[in-house]
Design a protein. Structure first.
Length: 369
């Protein structure tokens, strides 16, 4: 089948939606299907490599702050016409729109699509004024969907009782083999207890809490903190690190290909996020065999069981995080046990399994293979 994936979020920007789209497209192609990813140009983000022929860019994408983080929105003269012409030219058997009820590219894909349409919802949020202003638009486009997918139950809560959507939960996946094959970064060898953070550097992801917890930990344990991720606020976060702690905190920037090696270099992965619909980085850390400390929030409870793969902690209590880190540093055997349990959990989310569920959903709405 010919699959057209429309998304505001794709490489070279980084995040859970980007990873989801990339890996599903790869698995669908391995299964013999043709896949095109339709997104926008991102002049504010440096590309690591040129696009392949299966990535089509229309308009340009700009960063937009909201819900405690940076989203993206496509703009450009003639964008609607370009999407309509693209759909007419490509003649997709199914159009799959990610974050379908957000402007602008998803709306245009829903507006112009003429065949079966699937929407995957990724976000956990509380509806506010913008939602109230665009409610009629949301209802109109929700009714256009032939199937609605959510990556978790947490991603459905904003819509319950507001829009006529019958969700099927199909989770995010993880490349188990890739993240299980990481090798310790040579420069990070040594006996120090190593704490890892991976994520965009923005308020919702809680790096400020982790920095405070790490300062408390350093008073008790010889530890270092690795920060993988970037964003417009990186300089502000680096400036928050006290002078005495700077030799022990390393900001590595945005990493893609090297990320498995950085998980392999850590003793524990921390996800102090304040709001999330899922835990893609939790799965990456689990696949790497690392114990996980994560905020006790809805999206993470669906991925991690407290006491099995790691611990769920209060998202506003740095003392609790410091104590949990100290417990793991003092008990390497427990840390290894949590890591091995995480490997077993991650295998249930392997991308071939998740992609097969999505392809089966296409067939259930009448899309022929």
């Amino acid at each position: 089948m010919r699959i057209g994936i429309f998304t505001e979020y794709y490489y070279p920007s980084v995040g859970g939606v980007q990873e989801h789209v990339h890996h599903f497209a790869r698995e669908a192609r391995r299964a013999g299907h043709e896949v095109r990813i339709v997104t926008s140009a991102m002049p504010d983000v440096e590309r690591a490599a040129p696009d392949g022929p299966d990535v089509i860019r229309v308009g340009r994408s700009l960063p937009l702050y909201g819900n405690g983080g940076f989203g993206r929105v496509s703009v450009g003269a003639g964008l609607s016409r370009a999407v309509a012409e693209l759909l007419a030219r490509e003649r997709f058997d199914v159009v799959h729109v990610h974050c379908p009820l957000t402007p602008v590219l998803p709306w245009l894909a829903l507006h112009h699509a003429r065949g079966p349409v699937v929407g995957t919802f990724h976000t956990n949020f509380s509806p506010g004024r913008l939602w109230a202003l665009t409610w009629r638009w949301q209802q109109r486009y929700a009714e256009r969907l032939d199937a609605a997918v959510a990556v978790s139950h947490a991603a459905t809560t904003a819509y319950e009782g507001r829009l006529p959507l019958a969700f099927r939960v199909i989770p995010n996946g993880v490349d188990v083999a890739r993240f299980g094959a990481g090798r310790r970064v040579p420069a990070l060898h040594g006996g120090r207890f190593t704490v890892l953070f991976v994520g965009r550097l923005e308020p919702r992801n809680g790096l400020d809490l982790l920095l405070e917890a790490f300062a408390r930990l350093r008073a008790r344990v010889d530890a270092r903190l690795l920060v993988v991720g970037g964003g417009p606020l990186r300089d502000r976060y680096e400036a928050r690190v006290p002078e005495a702690l700077r030799p022990h905190v390393r900001f590595a920037g945005v990493l893609r290909d090297e990320r498995p090696d950085w998980y392999a270099s850590a003793d524990v992965y921390c996800a102090p996020t304040r709001i999330a619909s899922f835990g893609v980085t939790l799965l990456e850390a689990m696949a790497a065999g690392r114990p996980v400390l994560a905020s006790d929030i809805d999206g993470f409870r669906e991925v991690l069981t407290h006491g099995r793969e790691g611990e769920l902690l209060p998202s506003g209590d740095p003392a609790a995080w410091a104590d949990a880190l100290e417990r793991l540093a003092a008990d390497p055997a427990r840390a290894r046990s949590l890591g091995e349990a995480g490997r077993a959990t991650a295998r249930r989310y392997a991308w071939p399994i998740v992609a097969a569920e999505v392809l089966a959903l296409y067939r259930s709405i009448g899309v022929s293979a």
